[in-house]
Design a protein around this ligand. Sequence first.
Ligand code: ZN
Length: 499
Amino acid sequence: MFSGTAYTQLTESLRRVHALGSVGELLSWDEQVNLPPGAAEQRAAQQAALAGAIHAAASDARIGGWLAELEKALASLDDDQRAVVRNARRDYDRATKLPADFVREKAAQGSRGYHAWAKAKAADNFADYAPVLERNLALSKREAGYLGWEGREYDYMIDRHDPGMNAAAIGRLFDELKRELVPLGRSIAQSPVRPRPEILRGFPVEGQRTFLREVTARLGFDYDRGRIDVSLHPFCTGTGSDVRMTTRFKEDEPLDSLFSAIHETGHGLYEQGLSPPDLGTALGIHAGMAVHESQSRLWENQVARSRGFWRCFEPRFRGMFPTQVAGVSSEDLHLAINAVAPTLIRVDADEVTYNLHIILRFELEKKLFAGELRVDRLPSAWRDSAQALLGLTPPTDREGVLQDVHWSDGSFGYFPSYCLGNMLAAQLWYRILQLRPSLEEDFTRGDFTWLLAWLRENIHAQGRRFDLLTLTRRVTGEELSPRHLVRYLRERYGPLYRI
Ligand code: ZN
């Protein structure tokens, strides 16, 4: 254990940068939950001023000095300290290697891109959006170049979200997954069993709110250190002792609000499980977006779509909504909870076909960065892939290439995290079941403490000590693989859809 002043000073300054960043998160949360419509401009000014302060703190030359000193003394640091230094170097390089005028240009382009995308989507006009994508691609490549990733620009985009991951490794995993999922999706689509989620209608919002709060508290979300509110798009932000999540309510889609809240609870439990004194360092930050998504997906899918979970909560659900579920059998309810049907729209997709939407985007991004696909050919490439993967051809670009916001501000390389998270969730699930075969009986009793304690110890408390692949290997004893996801989907949906 190295106890020099450079290490202490470094971690103190990282905590300060984190504290400033968390103020920014709080402002963004407030913007989506509370902000009066007339306050948007004032909020933008607050955010810009804060962004300047965060950048100044994160690029403080003294951090560079402490890092240089510590990197010379790596042999005297313990493993945790080395992880802290490694992660701080990565953040410091990103804060200092991008020229200020490039950062300004990118921020301005991000906001212009968003508005151009929204307009193009509303008008279903890809031609107006194409120049934005061209510029965003060029900016992304320049950014990768500044940070020393020439020739590996798409890998850089991926590594930003999932440290240590790259396009070749993802391509191998996705190819294997695709071979299994395309036929599985087709068989389910051809099954005579038809879920009818539309039988769940007219659920008062107040009742839904009470029910989902009871459920999420039972799963382990600590409402003394977090809260849930309403926003247009559900999200989760904040960390440690102050985690803010949101959901949305529709009277005729009670499962949407519930499962959105459970998904965000999975993110929230991860953040509440990070070590508060270590926030801002590698010991108190999540391991990347794929690991984050594995936590939300595990609670949303493996846990909350299971029979055991509903044996616990169905009586309460029926007790709270007696008239709404009067004619709905337990089997109909379970089928509605596990409805699978291919759709053109990613955010509406079920857990089987969702992964195909991600593979489609990953393959197109990879070709764009490799120069194998021109931006003006994107709409037709999208249609071809949608037909090949989902068996559907979007009649409009609004239901195809224009549907997602991500590329409008240059967020390339983000999509794969969703699918990698699904893979990891399933792989963790089978490891957990080996250790605790009676897990679903715990759920039936409404007891989620064993599961949460295991995730706390093996995933949450690890912070960013390990990257996705290393963490997977350490926790499950094998390499990250799509086999577990395929097995899980077959085991869950095979009997349900009689295939
Ligand atoms: Zn999520």
